[in-house]
Design a protein around this ligand. Structure first.
Ligand code: PEP
Ligand code: MN
Length: 334
């Protein structure tokens, strides 16, 4: 339920209203726009008499949110959410490039890629250490050792870092990690999402490859409902009948998500296409669609990468993409 207040509400009456709502066991999320303040109410609102609240002098309107996602809903929080990841900001007009290898392979590899992508303007460094591989015989990631190497690259460059969690038992290793990634395969691991709802770290939630936009938002709702409001959504391609690309990039998901939700939306053109040559055009398309950030896999030697080499681009190609996406963003402002 949301309570839309009139402009410049009387502070005393507002205090009385919020005190009463809290006494009804509701949690209030206030969204303060320039002209309008919206109170988003979380909890059991079924006992609340809408007409009673509507009759108050300071209240413009009261609306029940019909969609099953409440806290993620744009109606609940009309302003864009801005998520801070270390010094980086994503959402509400803030754009960030996230770049790095699919998997961390060695200190030299992650540190050299980190330096290169930082120079090109990446705001966040990625690097997988717990890898969800289709084959149990494929490289599974450097795990705890990989976290150490990622933190070394963070120290050397000052870049905030993101890496994927596959099981809640790994959470203790994420103390100095700036953002936790939930991969496509775990988007509906509800127990994991509930635990991340209790964390205060930003969560990069990737869309499952057979999940609808509504299901993605319901998964985000799990994290928000636990009290963690630092959620970034990531479109990374869905499985269709098309085989020319690894997945099909659902670009319409960007404006659809922006309409439905206040959460930032990032696009991953690397996993969406699976083809290094397609990363640049799809990055440009994602920027044009209005995304709040792009996550790109960058490797210094894609031919010998232990994971996802065919979709990984060289640092110099990332440099060109970073430059061009900036130019495109500027052009779109005109
Ligand atoms: C990844 O980002 O390394 C990854 C495994 O992505 P996804 O979960 O989208 O497949
Ligand atoms: Mn990958």
């Amino acid at each position: 339920m949301v309570v839309i207040l009139k402009e410049n509400p009387d502070p005393k009456q507002l205090e009385n209203l919020t005190r009463w709502l809290k006494s009804q066991d509701l949690v209030i999320h206030s969204s303060n726009g320039i002209h309008q303040t919206v109170l988003g109410l979380v909890g059991d609102t079924s006992r609340i008499d809408i007409d009673l609240i509507k009759a108050l002098d300071i209240v413009e309107d009261v609306v029940r949110i019909q969609d099953p996602f409440k806290s993620a809903n744009r109606k609940f929080h009309p302003l864009d959410t801005v998520v801070e990841v270390g010094p980086a900001r994503i959402g509400g007009g803030n754009f960030a490039l996230i770049a790095g290898p699919c998997s961390i392979e060695s200190e030299e590899q992650i540190c050299s890629i980190a330096e290169a992508v930082k120079k090109s303007g990446a705001a966040i460094l990625r690097g997988g250490v717990f890898k969800p591989r289709t084959s149990p015989y494929a490289f599974q990631g450097l795990r705890a050792e990989g976290i150490k190497l990622l933190l070394e690259a963070k120290k050397a460059t000052g870049l905030p870092v993101v890496t994927e969690i596959m099981d809640i038992s790994q959470l203790d290793l994420f103390g100095e990690i700036d953002m936790i990634q939930v991969g496509a395969r775990n988007m509906q691991n509800f127990e994991l999402l509930k635990q991340l709802g209790k964390s205060d770290k930003p969560v990069l939630l990737k869309r499952g490859f057979a999940s609808t936009i509504k299901e993605l938002l319901m998964s985000a709702e799990y994290i928000l409902a636990g009290g963690n409001h630092r959620v970034i959504l990531c479109e990374r391609g869905i499985r269709t009948f098309e085989t020319a690309t690894r997945n099909t990039l659902d670009l319409a998901a960007v404006p659809v998500l922006h309409n439905l939700s206040h959460l930032p939306v990032v696009v991953d053109p690397s996993h969406a296409t699976g083809v290094a040559k397609l990363v640049e055009p799809m990055t440009m398309a994602a920027v044009a669609a209005g995304c709040d950030g792009v996550m790109i896999e960058v490797h210094n030697d894609p031919a010998h990468a232990l994971c996802d080499g065919p979709q990984s681009i060289l640092p110099e190609n990332f440099d060109a993409i970073a430059r061009r996406s900036l130019i495109l963003r500027e052009a779109l402002k005109k």
